[in-house]
Design a protein around this ligand. Structure first.
Ligand code: GLY
Length: 255
């Protein structure tokens, strides 16, 4: 049977304005607009061939829409994280319930902490950003779980932003902000630096041959397109006020 591309998402909490913020100032979030941006995002994923699977609603979890942080999904297993922010720990059980249908599920245990947003995969290497959310214990537990499946885990430093994937994502090339992270840490991959006026543009999502990114970053979009890459955009600025990027709102894998 041909593989199905699943995208797990979760609806936006009416309490999203109470979300965690680390590097961003709090500004009012228009809930209806955030919901509209999230719907458009799900629609874009569907147009790119994903089947949306909704995780259980968590209206009381302000950051629950950012499902990426609750798990790291590989071809062989799914690792359920122990999020670094205590307010986000209630988000993982409902994600585990969904993922159990598709993968053997492993759990990061106390006292380790790791957010999925800090784990960037390139081929068989998982780059794990050391951050306020992800510590050495969490990274060591992740390593013990994935090494038997042939993955290396490399801890990388970064600065100035919430998650490693706020600084860099891999979309066939490494899209990165040089003020946040050094490209050389990711080995010998082609790298494209974000437009200097768009520091948060390093977060993009590759689905098939298309790179999905926020319409907030037109300069970086042009840089990618000038390199022959195919880019689609979604409006995401209302969700960006909650310190998110396009990878944060889904867990995408083949089943
Ligand atoms: N508001 C996203 C996070 O802090 O996890």
């Amino acid at each position: 049977m041909p593989a199905v591309r699943i995208a797990i998402t979760r609806s936006v909490s009416p309490h999203i304005a109470e979300c965690e913020l680390t590097f961003r100032d709090r500004t009012p979030i228009d809930y209806a607009r955030a919901v509209a941006h999230h719907r458009a995002y799900e629609q874009a994923l569907e147009e790119l061939g994903c089947t949306i699977v909704h995780a259980g609603e968590l209206p009381q979890a302000p950051d629950g829409v950012f499902v990426e942080d609750a798990a790291i999904v590989l071809d062989e297993i799914a690792v359920i994280t122990r999020p670094g922010a205590e307010s986000r720990r209630s988000e993982t059980n409902s994600i585990a319930q969904v993922l159990r249908q598709y993968r053997p599920v492993h759990f990061i245990r106390e006292p380790g902490r790791i957010d999925g947003g800090d784990v960037l995969r390139i081929d068989r290497t998982l780059y794990a950003g050391r951050s306020q959310r992800t510590d050495d214990d969490g990274i060591a537990q992740l390593r013990a779980m994935v090494t038997p499946h042939g993955y290396d885990v490399v801890a990388v430093p970064f600065r100035g932003c919430l998650h490693l994937k706020s600084a860099a994502t891999y979309v066939g090339v490494l899209l990165f902000n040089p003020s946040f992270v050094e490209a050389r840490l990711f080995g010998d991959v082609e790298a494209v630096a974000v437009s200097a006026s768009e520091p948060d543009a390093g977060n993009a999502l590759r689905i098939g041959e298309t790179i999905l990114m926020s319409s907030s970053w037109p300069g970086t979009r042009r840089l990618l397109e000038s390199g022959g890459l195919h880019v689609a955009t979604v409006d995401a600025d209302e969700l960006e006020k909650a310190e998110s990027g396009v990878t944060c709102c889904s867990l995408i894998f083949e089943a």
